[in-house]
Design a protein around this ligand. Structure first.
Ligand code: IPM
Ligand code: MG
Length: 363
């Protein structure tokens, strides 16, 4: 099998964690006998320096020739937020990438790693066994809605519009039902239907589709309650489906349950097998260039890509198992090191990647 994969390495820790993910991908390719072709795609900070744009047209054209994209975090330091190199990168590059490829379904799974369970902000008995998948709508809603700036009674009034078409709700809800069928067959819709009109449409469409999936049990929570339930009793969830903004917020909350946002990858998918795979965290300028970043969020994009784009569940499992084995053996990057861990097993970004590669070669 031949795979053509686009690489958007991103900013600050982006290239460092991407290098480890690529190393892992090459190791699994050797082991499972597929060949990979990597296509460097220019975007974010470096593209701005060269072309004055965060996402040049030719990048999109080249990306369209790939079967999957691996994307590192885009963006700069908070203090430089108004510098043109970084300003507007979200609306100039991140959102358009999702929209251009119609990647409307963003899958973010938070699961407790047994060996890191003590890092969770929750009590051990609450976090143990947690595995929740948030299916976030990614190409519509308030992040893509009309923006209004006007003057009312002599003062500024700015507004963002939350609008959903039923077809946009239907396709993401169907994705979520399909995910639930592959997992523990429970799907929770999260919205705010006691207040928002758009949420009422989500409920109507959800209920219509639920009839086609009688094997999946369903429930509904308002978003404020869901935010509370995620820390009170996260085990009650299997799959959550929700709109763009609520999914953005709840997925950060869910990401930290296992102990660190640096552990979680995500998959952005559309109608075809094409997918974009990226960590859910930012570019961490404060630790860049020091061989310190945790490469796991990026490395764990590899099994997601092998599973969703290339239909290779065994190859995906090889990476997941290797990561589990390395963590269980006590190896860690500094960010997830804690009292009681063996200081001799604290590794840099590169050395942690090497351990995962060695484990894949053994496996
Ligand atoms: C995410 C990020 C992005 C989002 C930002 C950087 C635009 O927070 O992927 O969750 O809001 O979607
Ligand atoms: Mg976010």
């Amino acid at each position: 099998m031949h795979m053509r994969i686009g690489i958007l390495e991103g900013d600050y820790i982006g290239p460092e964690i991407m290098a480890e993910a690529v190393k892992v991908l090459k190791a699994v390719a050797r082991k499972c006998n597929f060949d990979i072709e990597l296509v460097e795609l220019e975007a974010s900070g470096k593209a701005w320096e060269k072309y004055g744009k965060h996402l040049p047209e030719q990048t999109l054209e080249l990306a369209a020739t790939c079967q999957a994209l691996l994307k590192g975090p885009f963006g700069g330091p908070t203090e430089e937020i108004n510098h043109p190199k970084w300003a507007g990168i979200e609306r100039g590059a991140i959102l358009p990438l999702r929209k251009h490829f119609n990647l409307y379904a963003n899958l973010r799974e938070s699961k407790a790693f047994k060996s890191l369970i003590h890092l969770s902000p929750l009590k051990q008995e609450v976090i143990e066994g947690v595995n929740v998948l948030i299916v976030r709508e990614l190409t519509s809603g308030i992040y893509f809605g009309e923006q209004i700036t006007r003057e009312v009674d002599g003062e500024r009034e700015w507004a963002d519009v939350e609008a959903y078409r039923e077809s946009e709700i239907r396709r993401i809800v169907i994705t979520a039902f399909k995910c639930a069928q592959q997992r523990n067959k429970k799907l929770t819709l999260v919205a705010k239907s006691n207040i928002l009109k758009s949420s009422l449409l989500w409920r109507e469409v959800f209920n219509e589709i639920a009839k086609e999936y009688p094997d999946v049990s369903t429930d509904y929570q308002h978003v404020d309650n869901a935010a509370m339930q995620l820390v009170l009793n996260p085990k009650q969830f299997d799959v959550i489906v929700t709109n763009n903004m609520f999914g953005d917020i709840l997925s950060d909350e869910a990401a930290v349950l296992p102990g660190s946002i640096g552990l979680l990858p995500s998959a952005s998918l559309g109608e075809s097998q094409f997918g974009m795979y990226e960590p859910i965290h930012g570019s961490a300028p404060n630790i860049a260039g020091q061989n310190m970043a945790n490469p796991l969020s990026m490395i764990l994009c590899i099994p997601l890509m092998l599973y969703y784009t290339f239909n290779l569940p065994d190859a995906a499992a090889l990476v997941d198992d290797a990561v589990d084995a390395v963590l269980t053996a006590g190896y860690r990057t500094k960010d997830v090191f804690s009292k009681g861990d063996d200081p001799a097993k604290v590794l840099g970004t590169v050395q942690f990647g090497d351990m995962v590669v060695a484990q894949i070669e053994k496996g």
